[in-house]
Design a protein around this ligand. Structure first.
Ligand SMILES: CC(C)(COP(=O)(O)OP(=O)(O)OC[C@H]1O[C@@H](n2cnc3c(N)ncnc32)[C@H](O)[C@@H]1OP(=O)(O)O)[C@@H](O)C(=O)NCCC(=O)NCCSC(=O)C[C@H](O)C(=O)O
Ligand SMILES: [Mg+2]
Length: 347
């Protein structure tokens, strides 16, 4: 189905022309910074070289009486630093909040082309994206912004999941989506207070054999369905899917397992909420060195990507060539940003 004729037209006179495809960027982790905390904000200069995206958080986790301080702190950190090819994102307050209009009116003219992406919380449907799309076009035109500010939706309500495809298709500004497990659990009435990961009560039992007790039990993944829906919607419209927060900082192993589930299901990255989670995201969302080496063998053996060959006893064809290309393209991006990986991959 073709997009409407005016889908790629600016929504305001003087606003930048929308993109027809996403810029190629490495975004293994979206690192959350609470901009109202001076001590953490002071770490942004060193964070820029450590992470792929720095996000100033203005929404949940910022106390109501610190919303202005967080907004002003974010503008300051955006103006005071050169982010190079590290992304600068902001999570604005949700659209029904008393703060969001001031967030947008202050941030867009203050940061202009420095701001890459606005993360929009609690997106319920395409109408939320349409609203932000229009307001941003007006503010961009007024401020003389030359590149369109992109939108990243958080998938964290039951209605948002029901509408995930239309959200993905809603605007040429759409950069991607993140799963927000905390708000989604609340919105669905799920009986967990955890932020991501599994739950000991969500499991299946092996058949009873004789009277051997206890029966083996296997924990299941609470987020599999939602991540799959999000990945399918994002990939259909050329967006990137991300896993969101993992709240238990004291359990890096479970954080890594949750990130890896998301990686294997097609997510490009995850949120890091604490310095200890940055390396976990790097480890998981940078392609595995052996996978990259094998993928390069496939591309070398099938230069034009067609036909079938046997490599190390496994059949490779047009489909696996495409999978190999995804892995090698990602590895090249990571290697360009990360010297360690350039040596590991030999790229
Ligand atoms: C949660 C925190 C407030 C914890 O901070 P703190 O108590 O300072 O932790 P530590 O003592 O372990 O800190 C050690 C040092 O690391 C620095 N630090 C801490 N956090 C960060 C950070 N995010 N970036 C950079 N540096 C950080 C401390 O300053 C210490 O430094 P030093 O003293 O010099 O050693 C804090 O981690 C924090 O605020 N993290 C972000 C939390 C957040 O953004 N939460 C919201 C996102 S999740 C969500 O909203 C749910 C989602 O929407 C959904 O619905 O699922
Ligand atoms: Mg949330």
């Amino acid at each position: 189905m073709k997009p409407p004729r005016d889908f790629f037209k600016p929504l305001a006179i003087g606003a930048p022309v929308p993109l027809t495809s996403l810029p190629i960027r490495t975004e293994r982790m979206i690192h959350f910074v609470p901009p109202h905390i001076e001590k953490v904000r002071a770490k942004v200069p060193q964070l820029i070289s450590q992470v792929d995206v720095v996000l100033g958080n203005l929404e949940d986790a910022i106390p109501a009486d610190a919303k202005e301080a967080a907004r002003d702190g974010f503008i300051a950190m955006g103006q005071e630093n050169d982010f190079g090819d590290t992304g600068l994102w902001v999570r604005i307050n949700c659209l029904n909040s008393p703060w969001v209009l001031d967030d947008l009116m202050a941030i867009v003219p203050a940061l202009k082309d420095k701001l890459d992406v606005i993360m929009l919380p609690k997106v319920e449907g395409a109408w939320d994206v349409h609203y932000l799309d229009q307001v941003l076009a007006q503010l961009e035109a007024q401020a003389g912004v030359s590149k369109p500010i992109l939108i990243h939706a958080i998938l964290e309500t039951a209605q948002g999941v029901k509408n995930v495809e239309e959200i993905a298709a809603a605007s040429p500004r759409m950069q991607g989506m993140s799963l927000g497990p905390a708000d989604l659990a609340a919105s669905r009435g799920m009986k967990t207070t955890r932020v991501g990961g599994g739950h000991p009560g969500y499991r299946v039992l092996a058949d009873l054999e004789g009277d051997s007790l206890p029966r083996p039990a296997f924990q299941q993944d609470l987020w599999h369905y939602t991540i799959a829906r999000m990945v399918d919607a994002c990939q259909t419209y050329g967006l990137k899917a991300f896993y969101g927060p993992f709240g238990d900082f004291s359990d890096p192993e479970a954080c890594e397992a949750q990130f890896r589930n998301a990686f294997l299901m097609g997510c490009a990255g995850a949120w890091s909420l604490h310095p200890s989670q940055i390396d976990i995201a790097k480890r998981v969302f940078s392609p595995d060195a052996e996978e990259v080496a094998f993928a390069r063998k496939i591309l070398d053996a099938m230069p034009d990507g067609t036909g079938a060959v046997m490599i190390d006893g496994k059949m490779q064809d047009d489909a696996t060539w495409k999978q190999a290309k995804v892995i090698v393209d990602l590895a090249k991006q990571v290697a360009a940003r990360d010297k360690n990986f350039s040596e590991i991959y030999g790229l």
